[in-house]
Ligand binder design. Structure first.
Ligand code: COA
Length: 251
């Protein structure tokens, strides 16, 4: 197990922190699996009332590790940890709060559409470069994103790959508020604590009612995952991954 994910539960708040700064918190299968296990565990553990995911100062995540994408292209499938994490997002009972500073690429953006509250700094940048990588939307974003921010803005993000800086993300309704970088953790902890003190059954039921479409979300994820795996094996995707890794090796 890697030490790129730190998990701690204090005062009913389970904090999942991404900490792989040398790779901009790019997510490996092992990291996905640890996050998935923690989220699934929160469904079962009565001492966990609220989940929070945060990154490093200046970087939330650069999305899926592209080296891993290249490996999945060879095996022909997304790894189990990735699929488990997507499932855990779609079946999460307890609230999820995100604290985002810096880039939130790929899954870093799409997980925001599963979160119940999202706080970001002025330095945050949301982007889903799936098409440029020869891939398609994941995490049910092809369904959740148009529903949440409207079709044309979702298309701008998912197809054009347009980056949404914090202000644009706030206007689009992707985030709740822009918070100073040095106050982000404290702000999110305070909000999480307020939630953790709410009557638990009423809180769980409210999320279920508001998210009503769990079955639909899981169905979309299943379809996306199958097509995503097919695209991973495509020549257009393989050459996009190789281009990123070559550029990185040269710099
Ligand atoms: N997978 C694997 N490694 C990654 C990565 C990713 N998704 N994103 C960044 N890294 C690595 C780089 O290869 C580099 O490694 P090196 O120092 O060994 O060469 C290191 O992290 C720092 O990245 P770098 O690109 O130099 O940082 P930056 O500040 O200039 O740019 C990003 C940051 C996030 C904008 C840029 O790294 C990026 O675009 N990453 C790819 C994002 C992406 O397409 N993700 C997939 C989403 S589906």
């Amino acid at each position: 197990m890697s030490n790129h994910i730190a998990i701690a539960t204090i005062n009913g708040i389970q904090t999942i922190r991404l900490q792989r700064p040398d790779k901009m918190n790019a997510l490996t299968n092992d990291m996905y699996q640890q996050m998935a296990d923690a989220l699934k565990n929160s469904n079962r553990q009565s001492d966990i009332k609220v989940n929070m995911i945060s990154g490093e100062k200046g970087c939330f995540t650069a999305g899926n590790d592209i080296k891993d994408f290249l490996a999945y292209a060879e095996t022909g499938n997304l790894a189990d940890g990735v699929i488990d994490f997507l499932t855990s997002l779609g079946t999460l009972d307890k609230p999820l709060i995100l604290a985002i500073d810096g880039p939130a690429i790929g899954i870093g953006t799409t997980m925001a559409f599963h979160a119940d509250l999202v706080y970001a700094t002025s330095n945050a940048l949301f982007q889903t470069p799936f098409l440029d990588l020869g891939l398609i939307p994941e995490a049910a974003s092809s369904y959740l994103m148009p529903k949440s921010i409207g079709y044309v803005r979702a298309y701008e993000m998912l197809a054009l790959g347009e980056p949404f800086p914090a202000e644009k993300a706030l206007n689009a309704g992707i985030i709740n508020a822009i918070v100073d970088s040095d106050q982000l953790d404290e702000h999110v902890q305070k909000v999480a604590l307020r939630l953790a003190k709410k009557p638990i059954q009423a809180m769980l039921t409210t999320k279920r009612l508001m998210r009503g479409d769990r079955e639909k979300i899981m169905q979309v994820m299943e379809v996306e995952t199958e097509i995503f795996a097919r695209q991973l094996r495509s020549e257009e995707a393989k050459s996009a991954f190789a281009a990123f890794l070559n550029k990185s090796a040269k710099s």
